[in-house]
Design a binder for this molecule. Structure first.
Ligand code: UD1
Length: 430
């Protein structure tokens, strides 16, 4: 199993290109199930989760191809993927595949909408709480699906097709919004989704669906109004930049000090987190090419933050913020309101000397003068990268084990950081 070795203490200086967003690329790929025409996606990040989902889609009968390397001055521009779901030949998404990545569960809505039946394993993914799927199932039931759970599988059918309905989510769910939105584009009549997730990745998917011929009003708001169509067409869409990757590198620069341009990052996708970074003492500026982060010598100021659905502070940056706060000039309080059990990084950060106390859904982080490198273990995607940030700040060597979690969501992490001066390398298992 690969490991990552970091020798801390270097400042980060230079340019980091931001990849296409994983959390948009995955549902966009799934949207290809809604049409027999070709869907072309540009700027797709090369990640383990993307490759796994492509395998799952091929199993449903989707043809998939990737354009070869193009002469492009920006060697980081993501890949171009083509998907054609001419016929859905298999409506089962098997346990072996879905258990490895939660987002693959979102094939349920599109399969039901297009093929009127689906058998999808209950999902896996990062172990950050119980992560139920009740909102997905209730939403699809409202559209007329008959759903049973049988031997770990969701078995669903919609004889005669789905029909539009009013879906009011009692809680904001990104995945349930994707699932019901995609299903509604091919349902008969109008669907109104209330309390829909407003995450930019949901809007990106909705915009792609509109290019495919879907009729959607309210994109970017918490009420989505969809007029179902008989069929959708092919389209070409560019995946929006990954705001979580951008935020992660921004926290890394605030942690080590330095001056980095996050090329392609967009301030509007991450206002709250950049605001928090400013409170910590970093300088954040939007430029024509992206967002520039600087911290030069001044102390890291403590903050009080709670995670919230968009436009609030994202849960996917909570662990990275906590890593930064381990060295703050005082005590911070970080409250996690989205997922229970999303504090697995705490015990690993403690191995580097962090002083963190947990009480319920909150963590109190007392800043310490120094962290010291140590062997640590990656536990989930975002927790792993918080250990990278801590390792970059720590004195001496930090060895991160189980880095496959990082490969699920961060493209060329070591390369992007080492180009900015970090001493970080991957040790490949022989
Ligand atoms: C997505 C993101 C993930 C991010 C999360 C919250 C992708 C691929 N993943 O995950 O990176 O951390 O949004 O921004 O885009 N819930 C229920 N019942 C359900 C569904 C969800 O109770 O049927 C709960 C969850 O347990 C959680 C909350 O709702 O407490 C939010 O989860 P949700 O927004 O659905 O997260 P994901 O879509 O899985």
């Amino acid at each position: 199993m690969d490991r990552i070795k970091i020798t801390g203490g270097e400042r980060l200086t230079g340019t980091i290109p931001i990849s296409g967003a994983k959390n948009a690329a995955l549902p966009l790929m799934i949207a290809s199930l809604l049409t027999s025409d070709r869907l072309t996606l540009k700027n797709v990040p090369n990640l383990a989760d993307v490759n796994m989902l492509a395998r799952i889609l091929r199993n449903h009968g989707v043809d998939h191809s990737v354009d070869g390397k193009r002469a492009d001055p920006n060697g980081y521009l993501g890949e171009t993927f083509h998907f054609t779901a001419r016929d859905i030949v298999d409506t089962t998404a098997p346990y072996e595949m879905v258990s490895r990545m939660r987002a693959s569960f979102w094939v349920l809505g599109p399969l039901l909408a297009r093929a009127h039946q689906a058998r999808v394993s209950l999902p896996g993914g990062c172990a950050i709480g119980t992560r139920p799927v009740d909102l997905h199932l209730e939403g699809l039931r409202a559209l007329g699906a008959e759903i049973d759970i049988d031997a770990g599988y969701v078995v669903a059918k919609a004889p005669g097709g789905l029909r539009g309905a009013r879906v009011v989510f009692p809680k904001v769910s990104v995945g349930a919004t994707h699932n019901v939105l995609m299903a509604a584009t091919l349902a008969r009549g109008e669907t109104v989704i209330e309390n829909a997730a407003r995450e930019p990745e949901v809007a990106d998917v909705a915009e792609c669906l509109v290019k495919m011929g879907a009729k959607i009003e309210g994109i970017g708001t918490s009420t989505l109004r969809i007029q179902g169509r008989d069929r959708l067409e092919g389209a070409t869409h560019t995946v929006l930049p990954d705001r979580i990757e951008a935020g992660t590198f921004a926290f890394a620069v605030a942690a080590t000090g330095g001056d980095v341009l996050l090329e392609g990052a967009r301030m509007a996708l991450l206002e709250t987190a950049f605001g928090v970074l400013r409170q910590t003492g970093a300088i954040v500026e939007e430029t024509a090419d992206g967002v520039r982060i600087k911290r030069n010598g001044n102390a890291i100021e403590p903050v009080r933050v709670e995670t919230q659905p968009f436009p609030g502070f994202p849960t996917d940056l909570q662990a990275q913020l906590m890593a930064l706060m381990t060295r703050a000039n005082g005590t911070s309080v970080i409250r996690e309101t989205i997922f229970e059990n999303r504090f697995m990084h705490v015990q690993e950060l403690a191995r580097l000397g962090a002083d963190i106390r947990l009480h319920g859904d909150s963590a109190t982080v007392r800043g310490v003068g120094t962290l010291r490198g140590a062997p640590v273990m990656a536990t989930d995607l975002r927790a792993s990268v918080s250990l990278v940030i801590a390792g970059l700040m720590a004195d001496g060597e930090t060895m991160i084990n189980r880095v496959y979690h990082l490969d699920r969501g961060f493209e060329r992490l070591e390369e992007k950081l080492s180009r900015c001066g970090a001493r970080i390398e991957r040790l490949t298992a022989g």
